[in-house]
Design a binder for this molecule. Structure first.
Ligand code: HEM
Length: 164
């Protein structure tokens, strides 16, 4: 197996752990707060899910830089000018900073959970949707900001409906 294939497979494993983890973190959190309190079992499920999320982002960053280095060594520098890559790097930074702020409770959970959920799915879409490059970095990020608030609204509706 060549290095490019190995790094792409590793990158996709990171994506699966991250996007899957962000989805189950939201599902487990909704189930846990249904009765208004997070009991020790629910808390341990959430802690395990957050651990998988962290593992996903570490694998993504390492394999991502590996891909950039490999492309650089092969003279394929087009990725360095691709707005999708810079948008994904921005979302990766948002995912990491947001996780820290949620951990130390310095961000309201409605915004923190939406930032986490939206950033992971947006990075997945950006990774696969090659045509998105044409939109440019600013347009991609503007759509992302809109998506964060739309997702926050939807998650809030689901939470209200589910806890009724
Ligand atoms: C949440 C974070 C991220 C997600 C979900 C993500 C997801 C993806 C996906 C799905 C692909 C397409 C793989 C394919 O072509 O089959 C991809 C490609 C790529 N990603 Fe990421 N990525 C993330 C972060 C990063 C970071 C932080 C970097 C750089 C440090 C990076 C660098 C790349 C590169 C260079 C490619 C193109 C690989 C190639 O086709 O040669 N990604 N990413």
């Amino acid at each position: 197996m060549d290095w490019h294939t190995f790094l792409i497979i590793t990158h996709i494993i990171g994506t699966v752990l991250g996007v899957g983890g962000a989805t189950f973190a939201e599902v487990f959190y909704l189930k846990a707060i249904k009765d208004g309190a997070i009991d020790p079992t629910e808390s341990s499920f959430l802690k395990t899910t957050y651990f998988i999320l962290r593992l996903g982002i570490i694998i993504l960053v390492l394999s991502g830089f590996g891909l950039l280095l490999l492309n650089r060594l092969e003279g394929a520098t087009q990725y360095l000018y691709d707005p999708r890559l810079w948008a994904k790097l921005t979302l990766t930074l948002v995912i990491v900073v947001n996780a820290i702020l949620l951990q130390i409770r310095l961000i309201p959970s409605w915004l923190g959970f939406s930032l986490s959920f939206t950033s992971w799915y947006a990075a997945l879409v950006l990774g696969l949707w090659r045509g998105a490059s044409a939109a440019g970095y600013v347009t991609i990020m503007l759509w992302y900001v809109v998506a964060v608030f739309v997702v926050a609204f939807i998650l809030d509706r689901i939470k209200k409906w589910y806890s009724k």
